[in-house]
Design a protein around this ligand. Sequence first.
Ligand code: ADP
Ligand code: MG
Length: 268
Amino acid sequence: MVVPFKLGAKQLVCGYEQVVLNRASFQLEPGKITGVIGQNGSGKSTLGLILAGLNRNYRGRIILDQQPLKPRVAARLLQHETALVFQNPDHSLLFTRVRDDFEFILQNFQVSGSSWGERIQHALSIVGLEKFLDANPYELSGGERQRLAIALAIVRDPACLIYDEATSMLDTDARTRIYQILQDLKTAHKTQLWITHNLDELLVVDNVLVLANHTIKQYTRAEILHQPKILVQAGLKPTLVLELVYQLQKRGHEVQNLADLQREIHAL
Ligand SMILES: Nc1ncnc2c1ncn2[C@@H]1O[C@H](COP(=O)(O)OP(=O)(O)O)[C@@H](O)[C@H]1O
Ligand SMILES: [Mg+2]
């Protein structure tokens, strides 16, 4: 049985010299992909670090399974329940052999040694890198390295994955493979937070947190794709792909994801 992972925040106040988020509240939908968008400096990465348990410098409460938690307690639980995938995959790599990177993580998280082999093979198979166990990560392509970073994030089986601009260094093919991995992990009931400045990626998420004016608003993907003003009010400029989606919607063509869009374009 899958236990739903219920993560949210109440009245979150965070920042550095200046306040970034001021009394922001939200609730992630378990098992879904939630996009996080907002202008540069709106606090996307700060939020990602807090939810990964790597930043405790905030006021307000993280809510885990309906329990409001103080920052110190939240950080300890979140470090176990979530994993962060960075923009640059090299930030997840330490060794010159794939196997060593996995073993380092499993050891750090005190995962029982008897399950290591199976866990590592499973993680590598999800990202399509089964054959690379003894490879040197630095000899992999950028896209392969980012998939390896995802495998390293999932090997200890966290309930929630947080990606911070994880495709921004990748070409279109490599990006598309990562979108497929997101869908596969959704099927495996992972809760996923997809931080991005690429608004085209709204087509791969289910829900959206929009960060603007020091606060967070929550929308479904359908709301975002039907109401261009939501992005504009957050100071974001819809991409050409989104403009096309809006126009198609206006003409009665329902476009909810990349596959819908491809179908509509081929039909033109
Ligand atoms: N470690 C830090 N020290 C001081 N200021 C920071 C730090 N990290 C981020 N900031 C500032 O906090 C604000 C939010 O940053 P960030 O969360 O990185 O936004 P985003 O990811 O949306 O671009 C920005 O103004 C940024 O300059
Ligand atoms: Mg950022």
